[in-house]
Design a protein around this ligand. Structure first.
Ligand SMILES: *Cc1c(COP(=O)(O)O)cnc(C)c1O
Length: 469
């Protein structure tokens, strides 16, 4: 296990396993051939690669038997716990009936029922469902569909998109094009489309003394100016409703969405709601758009759609958009986008079972109590000399670390303060994975209040560790 640093033995993490199936052996084999996402692989000379062998509820178990509380729902996908028995049973049953079938010219009950159910639970007027197999692919579909809608309507001059500063919509070239997180975008910028950027309504960036609602109002004014200049060449405005997640869990007032809907109508551009991270109960309502409330022209869903079990995404849109493509074959208006695994029956079936859990259990109600508990536990951090902000929207909470509280001067990114909190968390049984200087909590909905306590206590100790010089 050359060059790998294990979490130092502690009261919590004393178990070691030098066998061929232990952490060390698996990590060494992994690093021989596997290239991991969002990772400078060189980091693994000092940071442990953790082989996970089991999941149970909110917990992950590594090959040495250590347990980690999954405070970030494994990249925001997991809703009802790892190896959830209901989802596993649905998957096993479907696997014995039909694992996959071409989705052009053929269909199947899981996809039909999932489309019916998604139309039923999403905001009004989203009546058509196009499937893809991950979040970025859903964004590609929405961007292409919006452009193609306008083209079919005789407006081929509409080729641009408006995105918010600090936005993240995925990392394939189209999705990355409408993203504004420098870490992911900068290197590939020469390959990308250039969107118009509208200033984010992010409340953290508000003027001193300004309420979140006032910030949203002011930012809508700036968006209006942009639309006045560019609406004629713009297909759509794309936003992450309420929380810009990968951009640092930046949050904004729902009135921005209401205003955005009105502006999109006024200027004849589409409204694309990327609910890939915030959908399925994360923000306190089933979908974040409900808090405005608004119906977008396109809604992108993924991550929690299968409860964190399988990759699947869906783009919902309106009858009106659908009709612009509906014509005799030789009119050449059909939408052109296909993935081999479109509408995969296994994924659709697990998604249906995920939605059944929402019907059978008081998920949102339970989440409200959990979110309130999390808020109470985080409140004292507001007074911490190196905390610039504690913010929360439903089951997403974030603590912004700052070098200096006055003026909220950020720590230089190169200091990797968040990484220290991450490593501290792992040593104490919690998976926290800060985004730069933002320590956040996005646990599965099956987390208990005691487990939230463990996450918060570990995070607080981790923060102390991170700010120590
Ligand atoms: C994660 C995410 C995506 C991309 O989804 P992938 O499945 O990772 O490609 C898009 N938009 C938002 C808001 C996300 O959080």
């Amino acid at each position: 296990m050359r060059g790998l640093e294990r979490p130092p033995p502690s009261a919590d993490h004393s178990r070691m396993n030098d066998s061929a199936s232990g952490n060390a052996a698996l990590a060494a084999r992994d690093l021989q051939h596997v290239w991991h996402p969002c990772t400078q692989m060189h980091d693994h000379e000092t940071i442990p690669m953790l082989p996970i062998v089991r999941g149970e509820g909110a917990w992950l178990l590594d090959a040495d038997g250590n347990r980690y509380l999954d405070g970030i729902s494994s990249w925001w996908t997991n809703l009802f716990g790892h190896a959830n028995p209901r989802l596993a049973a649905a998957l096993a049953d479907q696997a014995q009936r039909l694992e996959h079938v071409i989705f052009a010219g053929f269909t199947h009950t899981p996809a039909i029922e999932l489309a019916e159910e998604l139309v039923r639970i999403t905001p009004p007027a989203l009546d058509k469902v196009f499937f893809a197999d991950n979040g970025s692919a859903a964004i590609e579909v929405a961007l292409k569909m919006s452009f193609h809608y306008w083209l079919n309507q005789g407006h081929g001059e509409k080729t641009r998109f408006i995105a918010l500063t600090g936005s993240y919509h995925g990392e394939t070239l189209g999705a990355l094009s409408v993203s504004d997180v420098a870490l992911y975008r900068k290197t590939y910028a020469p390959l990308l489309l250039t969107p118009f950027l509208a200033p984010s309504p992010d409340a953290y960036e508000g003027e001193p003394g300004e309420s979140a609602e006032q910030t949203a109002e002011r930012r809508l004014g700036e968006l209006r100016t942009l639309l006045e200049r560019h609406a004629h060449e713009t297909c759509a405005v794309i936003v992450e409703p309420l929380v810009q997640c990968a951009g640092g869990m930046r949050m904004y007032h729902p009135s921005y969405l209401t205003g955005l809907r009105a502006l999109c109508d006024e200027f004849a551009v589409h409204f694309i709601a990327d609910e890939i991270a915030v959908g399925f109960g994360r923000t306190g309502t089933l979908f974040a758009c409900e808090q405005a409330p608004v119906s977008p022209d396109f809604m992108c869903l993924s991550k929690g759609l299968t409860g964190g079990t399988l990759p699947l995404s869906a783009v919902l849109t309106t009858q009106r958009v659908y009709d612009a493509f509906y014509a005799e074959y030789n009119a050449g208006k059909a939408f052109l986008h296909s993935h081999s695994y479109t509408g995969n029956p296994l994924a659709c079936r697990v998604a249906l079972e995920t939605l059944a859990i929402f019907r059978d259990e008081p998920v949102l109600e339970r989440n409200r109590a959990l979110a309130a508990h999390l808020a109470r536990r985080l409140a004292p951090l507001r007074d911490h000399p190196h905390v610039g902000d504690v913010r929360q929207t439903g089951m997403i909470a974030a603590v912004e670390l700052v070098a200096q509280k006055a003026g909220r001067r950020p720590y230089p990114a190169a200091e990797r303060r968040g990484l220290r909190a991450y490593l501290h968390g792992l040593r104490h049984g919690a998976l926290l994975r800060p985004l730069g200087n933002v320590v956040y909590f996005m646990p599965p909905y099956v987390v208990s209040t005691t487990e939230i306590d463990l996450l918060v206590d570990t995070a607080i100790a981790g923060i102390e560790h991170a700010i120590a010089d």
